[in-house]
Design a protein around this ligand. Sequence first.
Ligand SMILES: [Zn+2]
Length: 251
Amino acid sequence: MTRRQTEAFILRTVDYGDYHVIAHLLGRQTGRFSAIAHGARSSKRRFSGSLEPLRVVEATLTSSRSGDLFRLEELDVVENFPGIDERIETLSAAGYATELTRETWREGEEAQQIFELLREFYRHLPRCPSSESIARLVHQFEFRLLDLYGLAPSIHHCGRCGATAESMDKLRFGRDGQGLICGPCRHGDDAVGIVTAATLSFLCHLDDPDRPLPGDDVDSALAQTGRVLANAIDQLTERPLASRDILRQML
Ligand SMILES: [Zn+2]
């Protein structure tokens, strides 16, 4: 039986019978995996409160002889994110980022940068002073996650012919999540949504924080940005994320 250690996020836990818990984790080096924590339900002392989302843990694992389920031997909390659970808005945002990561990470995807993205998100979240700044941080997380998957919507030019955004008469975003489509490239059956220049500035700022935020129209830019990113994310998820609806209601 090989023993190994990895830094990981717990993405979800599910009770398994009366005694055990199955944890879904994102390892910094390994990506997503599942592990059974024997006795975690029957003895609370066994993992002493560390078997919960929203913390970085050092997990000691052994591999079972059959299947791909690891056995969780020990858990040590490496990093907490104090303050996230003090407001329902930040807790909802953290829940959404966790579910989004869990539902979109696929075998073979790079893990380390996604792990660090999630860590940075949790670190910044408690410092957001308002609902608007939480929404902005969530959109930044969504955009960067899509970018790491190579699926960020095209925002600087037409995704089909490369015509620049500046050359377009209207800023049309395909509802298939792939980004800008110029007038000549748009086919009759392409569903598109037209966004404002402020929204495009907002998206460019998410891509490169050195680009300025739009000065006005911020509320509608935030809402349109949310829709552009949701369209891209919907291509990745098999079902709507419950946590996204909850977060929308909160913000
Ligand atoms: Zn085009």
